[in-house]
Design a protein around this ligand. Structure first.
Ligand SMILES: O=P(O)(O)OC[C@H]1O[C@H](OP(=O)(O)OP(=O)(O)O)[C@H](O)[C@@H]1O
Ligand SMILES: O=C(O)c1cc(=O)[nH]c(=O)[nH]1
Length: 211
């Protein structure tokens, strides 16, 4: 496992940025003092290889019968490709909605009803994007046995959303682990640590002060 190396590089290359006074807006509409731009990981061969190795190991351990790896568009796709390569498995990817031209497909690549599919997104906040991808895959007859991601904020909402959707979820790195490591490594001050913890306890409430 390369957890420390991954966290060091995410911080060092400013893939994780903190801005408590000018918050970021997430895909769900949530406001946040922290943004993790995992799209940048594709530019660092060492980092993307640590991620692919650790994700491949985690997926094989949690889902030993996996037979197809799926990427959630767009940021999940390259990581799914590298993991599928490491595990020597077929790959698919899932768009947010069907194409409005060409073959009109939402899922690209092949699977059958006997396949055990694991979907990968780069990052999970509410889980809305990946759960949408699970539902789209199941609508096409696919059997999704679990989902994984490089990172998750692990909000209370996230856990509830996965439980409600009955989707099994195994992330590589969680926000509480990241915060703890950042504090230990002195990447953030105690004040920043407390502020980031407060956001995590109730992010929707935290965002109200900017409305
Ligand atoms: O768990 P959620 O609340 O759905 O948020 C996480 C999603 O948001 C981001 O994607 P974005 O919508 O920015 O699109 P992209 O992957 O095309 O960059 C990220 O890559 C996840 O897919
Ligand atoms: O929830 C999101 O949209 C989101 C959060 C984040 O930190 N990074 C990102 O790319 N998306």
């Amino acid at each position: 496992m390369h957890q420390d190396q991954i966290i060091n590089k995410l911080v060092d290359k400013k893939i994780i940025t903190i801005s408590p006074d000018k918050p970021f807006t997430y895909a769900s509409g949530m406001l946040s003092p922290i943004y993790t731009d995992l799209r940048l990981t594709v530019s660092y061969p060492d980092l993307r290889d640590w991620i692919a190795s650790d994700l491949a190991g985690l997926i094989k351990e949690k889902y030993p019968d996996v037979s197809v790896i799926g990427g959630v568009a767009t940021a999940g796709i390259p990581h799914a490709a590298w993991v599928a390569d490491k595990l020597n498995l077929p790959m698919i990817y899932v768009r947010p909605k069907p194409k409005d031209h060409g073959k009109g497909k939402q899922i690209e690549g092949l699977f059958n009803n006997n396949d055990q599919i694991v979907l990968i997104d780069d990052l999970i906040t509410t889980g809305g994007s990946v759960i949408n991808a699970v539902k789209a895959t199941e609508k096409e007859g696919g059997n999704v046995i679990g989902v994984s991601s490089i990172f998750t904020y692990y909000l209370k909402d996230t856990k509830a959303n996965f439980a409600q959707a009955k989707v099994d979820y195994s992330p590589l790195l969680t926000y509480p682990e990241l915060l703890q490591k950042e504090k230990e490594m002195k990447y953030i001050t105690s004040t920043e640590y407390e502020a980031l913890k407060t956001w995590h306890e109730d992010p929707w409430e935290w965002g109200k002060k900017f409305q």
